[in-house]
Design a protein around this ligand. Structure first.
Ligand code: ARG
Length: 465
């Protein structure tokens, strides 16, 4: 235990008094940043190899460091590593243990490096990996949506604006709308990854180092695509985390909207879908209940991800150059964001194929809402009526229909012709739901033929699962 002696800290030389125990606990990050251990070791190995190449470490010292770090990794992974608050963070815990194991060679590992460039490197390696995982998770969710779209390519439901019945759409088209949003999310993450994958290592504390380091070598060993151009910038800015949290917030916003639809659709009032029992729970008091807990939780979880975005933005905005300890606060929001997005995408991808789509209920609902009113107006326009006049005529027919509880398609030709003399019996094909969706037959339209083509295009953009 070192809390009675500041001298045992890696930075203890300058200090004559011990750190206050409470301050030690307050400033430590090891409880959460230990999850970076694999990236910290990866970064240290590359740094050590580079140090050996430039003659700072001997081959034997490098060998000792490699063996020591490998043992530490095994100890961590088997739960045999004791993380100490006294050593503050993941970096100093691993380094202290290394020196304990291998002696003097361990003390040389930190040559030409600072925790400032080390932590920035670890965070970037971690985030690069996580983005790749999230892209896989997104791809699974997207392909589940495309599969469902294909299964329900001819299914018709009312499309809504203002949550009022607007025009009929195909369920396949509706599912592909969500797929498009998630495809843009993936694109944003891929773009963000380019700026994440830049190596800060070599920036040292803030100004660079006096050793003749070979940054290109370290970058190659770590798979970085580029090397940071400015040491002050590289150790201090966390814009890459903010950008990721913003992209993650958009993913969650999209999942939340979709979850909201599932919740509405599974209500008794809509009754468009049934969620599989495995994604719902009951009520402890009301025996009839089957609650859509999973979509509700997904909707709710967007809040913490948006919160993380605001946290990191806020922690960054007041910081002068270069590194400040504020940046230690970037970790928990980032880790929480990654966990939340990945968990949400996983549960989503599993829930979608298990959706039971109640085709008849959707269709009946589309029939009730005068969803083909626009088709009738378009028909009148094709027969020479100006659109505004057509709008007026159909409006009157709808009012008539509401009074008599009749959909447009249920009216007789005589009834229809009271309002528009230009209507003939070819109108009935136009007023069917099938006729309405089939008529919207252009790229981006809801016609099943177009949806089939869109499914093929979407599959072409998805990585093979
Ligand atoms: N635990 C610190 C962080 O997460 C590591 C860097 C600390 N650097 C320093 N000079 N105190 O940011």
């Amino acid at each position: 235990m070192s809390h009675d002696s500041g001298a045992e800290k890696p930075w203890g030389g300058r200090f004559s008094e011990a750190t206050d125990r409470f301050v030690e606990i307050f400033t430590a990050s090891v409880d959460f940043d230990r999850r970076l251990y694999a990236y910290d070791i990866q970064g240290s190995l590359a740094h050590a190899r580079m140090l050996q190449q430039i003659g700072v470490l001997t081959a034997a010292e490098l060998q000792a460091i490699e063996t020591g770090l490998a043992e530490i990794r095994t100890a961590i992974e088997s739960g045999d590593f004791s993380w100490l608050i006294e050593f503050e963070d993941v970096h100093m815990n691993i380094e202290a243990r290394l020196t304990e194991r291998i002696g003097d060679a361990g003390k040389k590992l930190h040559t030409g490096r600072s925790r400032n460039d080390q932590v920035a490197t670890d965070m970037r390696l971690y985030l690069r990996d996580q983005i790749d995982q999230i892209l896989d998770d997104l791809a699974s969710t997207r392909s589940a949506l495309v599969d469902l779209a294909e299964r329900e390519v001819d299914t018709i439901l009312p499309g809504f604006t203002h949550l009022q019945v607007a025009q009929p759409v195909t369920f396949g088209h509706h599912m592909l709308a969500w797929q498009e949003m998630l495809a843009r999310d993936a694109e944003r993450l891929r773009d963000c990854r380019r700026r994440v994958n830049v190596m800060p290592l070599g920036s040292a504390a803030l100004a660079g180092t006096s050793y003749p380091i070979d940054r290109a070598l370290t970058a190659r060993l770590l798979g970085f695509d580029a090397i940071s151009e400015n040491s002050l910038d590289a150790v201090s800015d966390r814009d890459f985390i903010i950008e990721f949290c913003a992209a993650a917030s958009l993913v969650m916003m999209h999942l939340s909207r979709f979850a909201e639809e599932l919740i509405i659709w599974s209500s008794a009032q809509f009754d468009f879908i049934e969620l599989s029992d495995s994604f719902c729970t009951g009520s402890s008091i009301m025996p009839q209940k089957k609650n859509p807990d999973v979509p509700e939780l997904l909707r709710g979880k967007s809040g913490r991800v948006f919160g993380s975005l605001v946290s990191v933005l806020t922690l960054m905005k007041g910081q002068p150059l270069a590194y400040n300890k504020d940046n230690q606060e970037d970790k928990e929001p980032l880790f929480d964001t990654v966990d939340t997005v990945r968990g949400s995408l996983k549960v989503f991808a599993a829930m979608i194929p298990a959706l039971h789509v109640k085709r008849e209920n959707m269709k009946a609902s589309a029939r009730r809402g005068f969803a083909t009113a626009t088709d009738l107006a378009d028909y009148l326009v094709r027969h020479g009526t100006a659109f505004r006049d057509a709008h007026e005529i159909v409006g009157k027919l709808v009012r008539y229909g509401i009074e008599r509880k009749k959909d447009l398609s249920e009216m007789t030709l005589t009834e229809l012709r009271q309002f528009g003399g230009q209507i003939n019996d070819d109108i009935f094909a136009v007023l069917t739901l099938e006729g309405s969706v089939a008529a919207r037959n252009h790229i981006g339209g809801t016609a099943p033929q177009q949806v089939r083509a869109a499914i093929q295009r979407a599959r072409g953009h998805l990585p093979p699962v």
